[in-house]
Design a binder for this molecule. Structure first.
Ligand code: INI
Length: 154
């Protein structure tokens, strides 16, 4: 015999903040749509969502950390799109975004969800923003629902 704690996917009474980058907005706008659609289709109420826009993915972690620390949200969802292109900038932005999101969650004890695409090409980003590979914004919201419930139960 064992005890198992399972997170449910119920959006009722859940309050989330979503931090979304303006950089590559043609992708991040789709991720946001996916996340919001997922929330309402799991019983969530749009008035319990706060959206905060930041310039680029590099700026997501400090704002996510501040939002998490307020204690007002059951989870914070981070949405961005980092596309390699031809510059080494990608490596720095992607590494800091990933590290920073993890740190925001650990420091606050509030689930902070990594919904930031890191892709080689624009095509790969498009595939993950509502075309052939689904919508990673939707997936990020599923993770937020599960983690928020788990977090409450533990
Ligand atoms: N920001 C992104 O969100 N995605 C990218 O692909 C990207 N690239 O490739 O440069 C990017 N850069 C901007 C960065 O996030 C900061 O906003 C900027 O450096 C100011 O601090």
């Amino acid at each position: 015999m064992y005890t198992e704690i399972i997170g449910t996917l119920d959006g009722q009474e859940k309050r989330f903040a979503i931090v979304v980058s303006r950089f590559n907005d043609f992708i991040t706008a789709r991720l946001l749509e996916g996340a919001l659609d997922c929330f309402t289709r799991h019983g969530g109420d749009g008035k319990n969502i706060t959206v905060v826009r930041v310039p680029g993915s590099f700026e997501i972690p400090p704002i996510a950390a501040k939002l998490a620390k307020t204690g007002r949200y059951d989870a914070v969802i981070c949405l961005g799109a980092i596309i390699r292109g031809a510059t080494p900038h990608f490596e720095y932005v992607a590494a800091e975004a990933a590290k920073g999101v993890a740190q925001a969650a650990l420091a606050s004890g509030v689930p902070v969800i990594f919904g930031i695409l890191t892709t080689e090409t624009i095509e790969q980003a498009v595939e993950r923003a509502g075309t052939k590979s689904g919508n990673k914004g939707w997936d990020a919201m599923i993770s937020a629902l599960e983690m928020a419930d788990l977090s409450k139960k533990i």
